[in-house]
Design a protein around this ligand. Structure first.
Ligand code: PBG
Length: 330
């Protein structure tokens, strides 16, 4: 076959101008895709930097309300609260987790009382309240599953009572979604949604987060007996399937960028609302490289978020949320 004197296809034609590129773009990143994780601490009028996450703050409840108001005004649909709990409140049985007046629940109520129109997401896991730093109750060195689920159910109900819209079980115990869903149904909270951390891997990318919530010092050992081995794709898919069957409304893959293959597969296979968590270590890597002038921070941030959308995410939990929103809002 003689070679034609011109390329049979010229993919560059539709890349030639911004107008043509806009016309053929397959994925969009919008402010509606953002969930902003924020850290709550005790006190009044406090905004304290997190050393391992430049640009991220721990805020007292009054400042959390301000942050929620700012997020709402930027059009961000949801924030996700993580408490930095005083070491003195951490116990073996993690009772502070279901205290209706714990830091996280006080923050939820304060945002609700302020009448701010934003969805409030929570984290359900015992690590902020656990003297052992684990997501579950530890007995004789073992993370006990069913007793932890009972505690998580109490925690979930307290968060729903406080006014949370989206509960985020991140603990990876077996049976927690079904147990929480049943308790919500029978407890008068039929409308409260669950975003399950379904495909949550045992990752070293969570390091800076554990500093942010003050759990790294406390953690004894690792989380490999409950979080998924990073090598295991099929195990993760079975967890997602199980959580959807048990009543999760939305599912999450975590971490984000190194696990985009899982996002695509979860979306294609189950078609459920699918989210990814661009975790603390991912944030820290981008920020550190940008601070050194090695990468263009904002561009890498936007490209990484577009990649989540291309992979099939309906939304992304990202510490970049307000910064991205400001750029997208122009
Ligand atoms: C708690 C929880 C963790 C994260 C979210 N919820 C830490 C962990 O599982 O050790 C990590 C978030 C991040 O790294 O940004 N179970």
């Amino acid at each position: 076959m003689p070679q034609a004197p011109f390329p049979m296809t010229r993919h560059r034609r539709v890349r030639a101008t911004p107008a043509l590129r806009n016309l053929v773009r397959e994925s969009e990143l919008s402010v509606n895709d953002l969930i902003w994780p924020i850290f709550v601490r005790d006190g009044v009028g406090i905004e304290e930097p997190v050393a391992s996450m430049p640009g991220v703050l721990r805020r007292s409840v009054d400042k959390i309300v301000e942050a929620a108001r700012e997020a709402a005004s930027l059009g961000i649909p949801a924030i996700c609260l993580f408490p930095y709990t005083d070491a003195r409140l951490k116990t073996q049985l993690c009772e502070e987790a279901w205290n209706p007046d714990n830091l996280s629940n006080r923050a939820i109520k304060a945002i609700r009382d302020a009448g701010i129109q934003i969805a409030i997401m929570t984290d359900i896991a015992l690590d902020p309240y656990n003297i052992n730093g684990h997501d579950g109750i530890v007995r004789d060195g073992v993370i006990v599953n069913d007793e932890t689920v009972d505690a998580l159910v109490k925690m979930a109900l307290a968060q729903a009572e406080a006014g949370a819209d989206i509960l985020g079980p991140s603990d990876m115990m077996d049976g927690r979604i079904g147990a929480i869903r049943a308790a919500l149904e029978t407890g008068g909270h039929q409308g409260v949604t669950i975003m399950s951390y379904a495909a949550k891997f045992a990752s070293a990318f969570y390091g800076p987060f554990r500093d942010a919530v003050g759990a790294s010092g406390a953690l004894k050992g690792d989380k490999f007996t409950y979080q998924i081995d990073p090598a295991n794709r099929l195990a993760a898919l079975r967890c997602v399937e199980r959580d959807l069957m048990e009543g999760a409304d939305m599912v999450m893959v975590k971490p984000g960028l190194p696990y985009l293959d899982m996002v695509r597969e979860v979306k294609d296979r189950f078609g459920a609302p699918t989210y990814a968590y661009q975790v603390s270590g991912e944030y820290a890597m981008i920020e550190a490289a940008a601070a050194n002038g090695w990468i263009a921070g904002d561009k890498v941030m936007l490209e990484s978020l577009m990649s989540f959308r291309r992979a099939g995410c309906d939304g992304v939990l990202t510490y970049f949320a307000p910064r991205v929103a400001r750029i997208l809002n122009g």
